[in-house]
Design a binder for this molecule. Structure first.
Ligand SMILES: Cc1cc2nc3c(=O)[nH]c(=O)nc-3n(C[C@H](O)[C@H](O)[C@H](O)COP(=O)(O)OP(=O)(O)OC[C@H]3O[C@@H](n4cnc5c(N)ncnc54)[C@H](O)[C@@H]3O)c2cc1C
Length: 364
């Protein structure tokens, strides 16, 4: 990715999608990275939450520990809710009684059933200024329907990425960006004789003997089985023979949402108070921008932990950001360019994990 200032072209990389993982919980990914000899390094694991008017503005830095008396800028009721949530929700996650709860149902349930009989167990300030803004930055949610998202799916994120219910997280980024490890994986598989076919039109014909793939409408190839790593709606279109009613029922339960990620240098998408800029920055729009109540922006320099990297200390650290679904337009001149000169912008469709989606999958 390229930024240009004072006739100087600077090259940096940024992930516009997956950008970190917790080595403590993603054990298989860690083993794979090690086998591929891919370098990963600690991110600066910090987050800020701010309203547009700055009335709420606080940070959670890496040394914050839920329930401790550690100094924090978090509003008291937000902290109370977060502390309760980080203790109680991982326990509730294990309880099958909550399997079909939406996050809103869960919050309501716990405010009416908790050991302290506290109707403010999860204060509304926590939900409004911490929980929902954080959920909005998770990749599998619908921006405007956060309350209907599955409690279990949301907890999956908190357990895996934020270490709830287990050891503190050690979140790392892949040096050079995620493309580095997918390239390394491909090289390794090529070495082992795995064949790759790119940009082919594929149709799937299943039978009790295995699977025949029709490639580019011309030739058939026979396999024992097929793994379709595309969206369920696409898989449904590609299977031409051998599909059962159960498979149709499951694959048709998913909803999708279009998102955009932009690499840029446009500071108005960050908190007004520069001192609270952290790795992840969540802006809370309140009622001003109804369609998109929250936006998450990464300060890439912090994500790639430039402070710990002597190359970039000397580099001068021009700050650059990635924003997911910007709620206000970014002027073109602030959008960074890819090495080929095209804007560093990606549009993608992602599936939504809500209660219905999870229920459908218990079928299989
Ligand atoms: C901005 C952002 C940040 C994220 N950050 C993190 C993070 O920090 N850590 C983390 O763990 N996760 C993160 N995620 C989530 C992560 O990206 C997803 O969980 C992951 O990419 C899902 O992988 P997948 O292979 O299931 O689906 P996808 O990555 O969506 O892959 C589906 C693939 O199917 C292909 N396809 C579609 N149609 C066809 C067809 N007809 N034939 C063949 N192929 C087809 C698509 O091109 C695509 O490559 C983030 C996501 C986003 C958007």
């Amino acid at each position: 990715m390229v930024g240009q200032s004072s006739n100087q072209v600077k090259h940096r990389w940024a992930d516009l999608g997956v950008n970190d993982f917790n080595v403590v919980t993603y054990k298989n990914i860690k083993a794979l990275m090690n086998e591929l000899e891919v370098t990963y390094k600690p991110i600066e694991d910090s987050v800020s939450y701010s309203t547009m008017d700055g009335a709420i503005s606080y940070v959670i830095d890496p040394d914050y520990q839920a329930g401790s008396n550690h100094a924090t800028t978090m509003p008291r009721l937000v902290q109370k809710g977060l502390d309760n949530f980080s203790k109680q929700a991982p326990i509730d996650y294990q309880d099958p009684a909550f399997a079909e709860f939406s996050i809103a149902d869960y919050i309501h349930y716990r405010n009416t059933h908790n050991s302290d009989n506290d109707p403010n167990f999860y204060p509304v300030e926590f939900v409004q200024y911490n929980l929902y803004p954080r959920i909005s930055g998770m990749y599998f949610v619908h921006d405007t329907m956060l309350s209907t998202m599955s409690f279990v799916a949301i907890m999956g994120y908190y357990l895996l990425q934020e270490g709830f219910g287990s050891a503190p997280p050690e979140r790392v980024y892949v040096e050079g960006g995620c493309q580095t490890w997918s390239d390394a994986l491909m090289d390794k598989l090529l070495e082992q004789g795995v064949a790759f076919v790119h940009n082919a039109q594929v149709q799937v014909f299943a039978s009790p003997d295995g699977v025949d793939l029709l490639i580019n409408h011309k030739s058939f190839e026979h396999f024992d089985s097929v793994v379709m790593a595309c969206h369920a709606s696409t898989a449904l279109k590609l299977i031409q023979q051998g599909i059962t009613n159960d498979i149709v029922n499951v694959l048709s339960q998913f909803d999708y949402y279009n998102s955009v990620a932009v690499a840029h240098t446009y500071a108005p998408l960050l908190p007004t108070d520069r001192n609270v800029w952290r790795t992840y920055n969540i802006l809370i729009y309140g009622d001003d921008i109804q369609l998109r109540p929250y936006t998450i922006s990464y300060v890439c320099n912090r994500h790639q932990n430039n402070v710990a990297n002597s190359d970039y200390d000397q580099f001068g650290n021009p700050e650059f950001f990635v924003t997911l679904n910007p709620a206000i337009p970014i002027p073109d001149s602030y959008v960074l360019k890819q090495a080929d000169g095209t804007p560093a912008v990606t549009h993608f469709t992602h599936n939504i994990v809500n209660v219905e989606t999870l229920k459908a999958q218990t079928f299989l």
